[in-house]
Design a protein around this ligand. Structure first.
Ligand code: IMP
Length: 198
C-alpha cells in the first residue's frame, strides 16, 4: 500500500504526554503531533483486545469518529519466554492494578523466582498501527530482546525497565540514558520504521 497523507497533523491515540514528546522528537518537525484529548476531549477506550493489533485498532476506531486525518496508535508490552509470552497485552495491569509499575515488577519477579539466568529470556514488543485519511492502514513493529534480572536496578525509564537488561548490555534499561534506550528500544525501532516509510 502506498501511504498518502495530505496533512502534516498526526493524532496519536494516547494522552500520555511523555509518549507524545518522545514521538515528536523521533519524527521531527515534518509532523505536528497531537494527542487524543486535542481532538476529542474526554475520549477514553477500553483495551480489551487479545493482541497488540486488536488493542491498536480499538484506539484508532475510538478516534476515527472525531478526526478524519492521519491517526497513529501504538500498543506495547513485555513478553517473557518462561511465561509463554506473558504478561504481553496485559503488561500494564499484570500486578493487579492498571498502571502500577511496582506491582507489575513484583509479580513478574515472583513468577520467575528460581528460574536460572539462561531461561530468563524476554523481549519488549511494540506495534504501531497507522491509519491515513482514507482509512488505509499500515503496521510497523519493533522488538528488543533481553533478559529479566533477579532484582530491579536503576531509576530511569518506566514500567519493567529496572528488571530488563537488553541483549549485549550488563545494565538494565532503567540505567541507560534515554537517548541510548530510544536507539534500541521496541518503540524507537517501530517509530523509526514508520518515519522511514514517509
Ligand atoms: P503501552 O502500550 O506503551 O501503554 O505499554 C503497556 C505496558 O507495557 C506499560 O504499562 C509497561 O508495563 C510495559 N511497557 C511498554 N513499553 C515499555 C518500556 O519501554 N519499558 C518498560 N515497560 C514498558
Amino acid at each position: 500500500m502506498a501511504i498518502e497523507c495530505q496533512r502534516r497533523d498526526l493524532v496519536v491515540a494516547t494522552n500520555n504526554q511523555h509518549k507524545l514528546q518522545e514521538i515528536q522528537s523521533i519524527l521531527g518537525p515534518r509532523w505536528r503531533i497531537l494527542g487524543a484529548q486535542d481532538v476529542a476531549s474526554g475520549l477514553s477506550w477500553d483495551e480489551t483486545g487479545t493482541s497488540f493489533l486488536e488493542n491498536a485498532r480499538i484506539k484508532i476506531t475510538a478516534l476515527r469518529g472525531h478526526f478524519k486525518g492521519c491517526i497513529l496508535a501504538d500498543d506495547s508490552g513485555l513478553c517473557v519466554d518462561a511465561l509463554q509470552g506473558a504478561p504481553g497485552v496485559v503488561s500494564s495491569s499484570y500486578g493487579g492494578v492498571e498502571g502500577d509499575h511496582s506491582r507489575n515488577v513484583a509479580r513478574l519477579l515472583a513468577d520467575l523466582r528460581g528460574v536460572p539466568e539462561s531461561l530468563r529470556g524476554a523481549h519488549f514488543y511494540c506495534l504501531i498501527l497507522f491509519s491515513n485519511e482514507k482509512g488505509e492502514e499500515k503496521v510497523f513493529e519493533g522488538k528488543c530482546n533481553g533478559r529479566i534480572l533477579e532484582s530491579p536496578r536503576g531509576h530511569g525509564g518506566f514500567g519493567y525497565d529496572p528488571v530488563f537488561a537488553p541483549d549485549g548490555y550488563s545494565i538494565s534499561m532503567a540505567e541507560m540514558a534515554a537517548s541510548d534506550k530510544n536507539a534500541i528500544s521496541h518503540r524507537g525501532l517501530a517509530m523509526n520504521a514508520f518515519k522511514e516509510a514517509f
